[in-house]
Design a binder for this molecule. Sequence first.
Ligand code: NAG
Length: 194
Amino acid sequence: MFIPSPSIFLLFALLPLASSIAIPQSILPTGQTVKQDIINIHNAVFELDATVQAYDGSPFPTSLVDGTPVLLGVAKIHEVNRAGFRHALATLPFTVPDSNDVISTVTNTVNKSIPSTTKHLKEKLPAFKEGLLIPVVIASLVLLLSDHDTFSAATFAKVNPGVGEAKIKEGADGVANIHNVIQDAILFYTANAV
Ligand SMILES: *[C@@H]1O[C@H](CO)[C@@H](O)[C@H](O)[C@H]1NC(C)=O
């Protein structure tokens, strides 16, 4: 019978300790993780933008099938946003360089793609109306607005004040701008629902 040597037991006893020291450093998200999450949202928004622009509308209930790619696009944004939200909650406060990167990324990506997508979405009102999909569009926007608000609040809580007032204002303006364009699209679809 094989009897493990005491040193093997010692090794196994120490493993959890060693890993609890070593692993968190490598798996904890950072500002760079959150920056990548913002880029992932931007890419998913671009995909949805293309899908929305390609949607020509069709009568209900065919529209449920034709509209499926739009819903899948919304689901994709929701999924990558929630990953970002979890990372923003779990990360330590950002370093100053990471805070700078995160805010610049908002400015250069989602602050451009989201306003352009909501503009195209509004132009597609007749197509979504024909398919009786207006309630679906509104519900999707409400979901994505809540996603945006919670992700940006969690992210802002980790921004290092050392990044400076001007940069913080840039980030806050971008976040507010995105909130407003989504809110505006919700109001537009609600006002034109019938
Ligand atoms: C964000 O986008 C809006 C237009 O939707 C623009 O007015 C604003 O300047 C942008 N923010 C930054 C920091 O570029």
